[in-house]
Design a protein around this ligand. Structure first.
Ligand code: AMP
Ligand code: ZN
Length: 489
């Protein structure tokens, strides 16, 4: 199958993936701030990492996948001043902040379920880890990298830069960063405008607040991810993911906090997904340049009158490499839909192919090419192009222009089942997200029974027997009766 290579944003190179403690893999992905419905851009990132999770699991790694919910501490403009995004929404909607959190966590889960995402192994919340966050701040202060001013605590970026180095992930130099910052209101508390908050004293407006040794307040936005990733995956873990826009300052700050607390870089492989753009600009809640998944599913948007199935939108996302930008346009989605429908038709028509005795294709080589593409930094668009080679074979065989054996057909079906349905999560089968291994198995057995019947009709007794024998080796027994063949395990 070859080795998996992953592009590591930290080293800016594709590297062979070697887990710290195989067969275990720790995967952390920054989750949503639950103050509004997730847009298609957010979903792209979560779908990309769902694919990563699925592929690692397919390779038999025992993956612990942690994706947090940010339900406190994330302020407007991603800065250290201003209102908490959740409290603000609560004020506007006249609800409790936790009602906002509940409402948008539920809608987030519902949307990801429609996209056939597998839930993470652990989904911790910032508010559920206030105690651990306070512990980490105390640790950072005791090591000399945190300082308190008026009940708030800040991280000393300059000191960290001097002793360890700040900005490695994003490739930024401290001096350039300093000259690029304007002094903002309230930043006067900081020794350096680049310092970031570990704890903020709550103003009178701020409803979400907790006791701490420094003040009644709330944790800084970057802290929760440092705390929850190390709590559930250890001080060093394998993969940390998120959208490209989180590299700076969020991930840079995560690295600094963890490095001080645990005396080492926390992450072996950093993975960043690229942005979904709309009309050429980043899809973003704050600029209003958004498209919501439900608007697309229901055909209620400026692009289309008709709706698209979630699996079609997922396929559209998988047709771009996760590190490339993807621009949403009606033409691009229509083209994906057309391609996918062609693939689905061929998949269902496979049972109408007249089986040949000798093969004219190399299915094993096709499968190997799919693994090679996935192993090359999860190249889903290339893998999909190989699936279309299989589609071409099926269509040629249907037109009697190519010979496919029963084994070829089973092999092509397995490739589509494995790469498109299982790994990319594009489940176009009728029973949708529920399509279990069981139903896949019975479809396969039914297909083989049909092929065996055809083999018998064309007096190919050897093939008919070999299908029966191979199935029996897999503990699947065929029984021929007057109404046809039935099977049992
Ligand atoms: P947020 O709730 O804003 O923290 O975003 C949740 C996730 O969505 C983060 O990993 C972001 O990087 C990601 N994200 C935000 N906008 C986009 C976009 N336009 N395309 C892809 N990912 C995005
Ligand atoms: Zn994070």
């Amino acid at each position: 199958m070859g080795d998996l290579k992953i592009y590591n944003s930290f080293t800016r190179a594709k590297e062979k993936f070697t887990p710290i403690k195989p067969p275990h893999v720790g995967l952390y992905v920054c989750g949503p701030t639950v103050y509004s419905d997730v847009h298609l851009g957010n979903c792209r990132t979560f779908i990309s990492f769902d694919m990563v999770y699925r592929y690692l699991s397919h390779l038999d790694y025992k993956v612990r996948y942690v994706r947090n919910i940010t339900d406190a501490g994330h302020l407007e403009n991603d800065a250290d001043e201003g209102e908490d995004k959740i409290s603000k929404k609560a004020r506007l909607e006249k609800l409790e902040p936790m009602e906002i959190v509940q409402k948008y966590s539920l809608s987030f889960h519902k949307i990801l379920e429609k996209f056939n995402n597998i839930p993470p192994s652990i989904e911790p919340t910032a508010t559920g880890h206030i105690v651990e966050q306070i512990d980490m701040i105390q640790d950072i202060i005791s090591k000399g990298y945190g300082y308190e001013v008026n009940g708030s605590v800040y991280f000393d970026v300059e000191k960290f830069d001097k002793n360890i180095g700040y900005g490695k992930l994003s490739g930024r130099q401290l001096d350039d960063m300093i000259s690029g910052t304007r002094s903002l209101d309230g930043q006067s508390e900081k020794r350096n405008p680049l310092d970031f908050a570990l704890w903020k004293k709550a103003g009178p407006q701020h409803i979400m607040q907790w006791n701490s040794p420094w003040s009644k307040g709330f944790p800084g936005w970057h802290l929760e991810c440092s705390v929850m990733s190390s709590k559930y995956l250890g001080d060093s873990f394998d993969i940390h993911g998120g959208g490209m826009d989180l590299k700076f300052p969020h991930h840079e700050c995560e690295i600094a906090q963890c490095h001080v607390a645990h005396d080492k870089d926390p992450v072996k492989y950093w993975m960043h997904g690229n942005m979904l753009t709309l009309n050429g600009a980043k899809m973003s809640k704050s600029t209003g340049n958004t498209l919501l998944p439900d608007e697309l599913f229901e055909g209620n948007n400026e692009f289309f009158d008709k709706g698209f199935e979630p699996f079609v939108v997922r396929f559209f996302i998988m047709q771009a490499h996760y590190r490339s930008t993807l621009d949403f346009s009606s033409d691009a989605l229509e083209a994906s839909d057309k391609g996918l429908q062609r693939l689905i038709t061929a998949y269902h028509n496979m049972s109408s192919v007249k089986v040949a005795e000798a093969s004219e294709v190399d299915v094993k080589a096709l499968e190997a090419k799919c693994y090679e593409a996935m192993n090359d930094d999860l190249n889903t668009p290339l893998t999909i192009s190989y699936l279309f080679e299989g589609v071409k074979w099926i269509n040629s065989a249907l037109a009697d222009k190519l010979k496919l054996t029963a084994v070829d057909l089973v092999g092509i079906k397995k490739i589509i089942d494995t790469f498109l349905i299982e790994i990319m999560g594009v489940n176009f089968l009728e029973n949708g997200a529920e399509a279990s291994d069981n139903s896949k198995e019975s479809e396969l057995v039914e297909l083989l029974i049909k092929l065996r019947k055809e083999a018998k009709e064309s007096k190919n007794w050897g093939l008919a027997d070999s299908i029966r024998n191979e199935l029996s080796e897999m503990q699947i027994l065929l029984k021929d009766g007057k109404d046809g063949t039935t099977w049992s395990k």
